[in-house]
Design a protein around this ligand. Structure first.
Ligand SMILES: C[S@@+](CC[C@H](N)C(=O)[O-])C[C@H]1O[C@@H](n2cnc3c(N)ncnc32)[C@H](O)[C@@H]1O
Length: 344
């Protein structure tokens, strides 16, 4: 099942056991596993017995990673403690939890005040209609239509008190767990790097360049010429405040134009990539640069539509990936091949 190319191998099968990888052969683990929350009711996100992935995958990943090698595992706030426990019990050191922040998440909630009206048998008050976005259309064209659904507000006394009350906050970040396999016993970090080329993060190559309009003389006491140190908070889309300069990851090199920057929620209707949880390439490039150096090898046991692999090709890293679902595997195969050949 393996497809051998110059610098990537992808497998259309379950990652459990990671049977194609040698012990101590992988420089970094970067993966976005099923969160185990039944996202949009996708069966592959229900996990083993409805939970996060079996911890066996982290034990296997630990075994394949070189001593001192780092890993980044995407997770979800309400299940990440299980994943962290599994990672730690598999031998990894928990180093940090990065927060990838974004704006376009919507909470799953209801207006509890209306539910109270219903419970009390009181008719809620109608006061207009909702407008819904009907999908992606070109700039300047009609973007909204009235679909007729009535806006309602609570009418009962108790309902009025609970008007707008709900169950969840707006999700505005995804946690990414940073782990490390301990360096080889008896070695210093420098000795471990000499032996395996793993043991430290590539901070210098992931600095955040100053924005063009920034006065560099005013940045800190000794501004570094390449920019600020990468932080454990990451933004991949520009917001409208002054904090961006600390967190907004940059696009590096020539191939990172906006055709390759996919936002958290896809807006293009015509993309052939139908995977529901595609990660932005710009984000994956940053993470790959952070954990590895050129020509090193990254493993993604849950590659989905292959975003980690695409970013590896753009960053001149080798890639090893698994995907169970044939439909997603084919998308990943095409995307990684295109990226390797720099076809946009
Ligand atoms: C959250 S998605 C990854 C999405 C990816 N980051 C992207 O940008 O397309 C997780 C993927 O893991 C796959 N998966 C689930 N269990 C698996 C297994 N045992 N082996 C390999 N892949 C698996 C699912 O089919 C799904 O596509």
């Amino acid at each position: 099942m393996a497809e051998n190319k110059l610098n990537y191998n992808i497998y259309e099968e379950s990652c459990y056991s990671l049977k194609y990888q040698e012990r101590n052969s992988i420089d970094a683990l970067i993966t976005d596993p099923p969160y185990g929350i039944a996202y949009q009711n996708h069966h592959w996100d229900k996990g083993e017995k409805g939970k996060v992935p079996d911890e066996k995958i982290w034990k296997d990943s630990f075994d394949k990673l070189k001593p001192g090698g780092y890993g980044l595992v995407f997770s979800f706030p309400r299940v990440m403690h299980h994943v962290m426990k599994h990672l730690e019990e598999s031998g990894f050191i928990i180093k940090d939890v990065l927060m990838w922040c974004y704006l376009n998440g919507m909470p799953k909630t209801r207006n509890v005040g209306l539910d109270i009206d219903k419970e009390l048998g009181v008719e809620s008050e109608e006061y207009g209609q909702y407008n819904y976005v009907i999908g992606y259309v070109k700039e300047g064209a009609e973007t909204y239509k009235v679909n007729g659904k009535k806006k309602k507000k609570p009418a009962s006394d108790l309902g009025k008190i609970y008007d707008g009350a709900g169950y969840n906050l707006k999700p505005a970040y995804e946690p990414i767990i940073l782990v490390q396999k301990p360096i080889e016993e008896g070695l210093t970090v420098a000795q471990n790097i000499k032996k395996y080329r793993t043991g430290a993060m590539n901070l210098e190559k992931t600095r955040l360049p100053y924005s063009p309009d920034e006065d560099k003389d005013k940045v800190g006491h000794n501004p570094h010429p390449l920019g600020r140190v990468p932080a454990n908070v990451i933004r991949s889309e520009e917001l409208e405040d002054d904090y961006d300069k600390y967190f907004l990851i940059s696009t590096y090199g020539n191939f990172h134009d906006q055709h390759y920057i996919e936002p958290k929620v896809r807006r293009k209707k015509d993309t052939f990539n139908m995977h529901p949880t595609v990660k932005p390439i710009k984000l994956m490039q940053h993470l790959i640069r952070l954990l590895t150096f050129e020509n090193q090898t990254v493993l993604d046991p849950f590659m989905g539509s292959g975003s980690t692999g695409v970013a590896c090709m753009l960053e001149n890293r080798n890639f090893e990936g698994y995907e169970l679902e044939q439909e997603y595997f084919k998308i990943a195969e095409q995307r990684i091949k295109n990226a390797q050949q720099k076809i946009f």
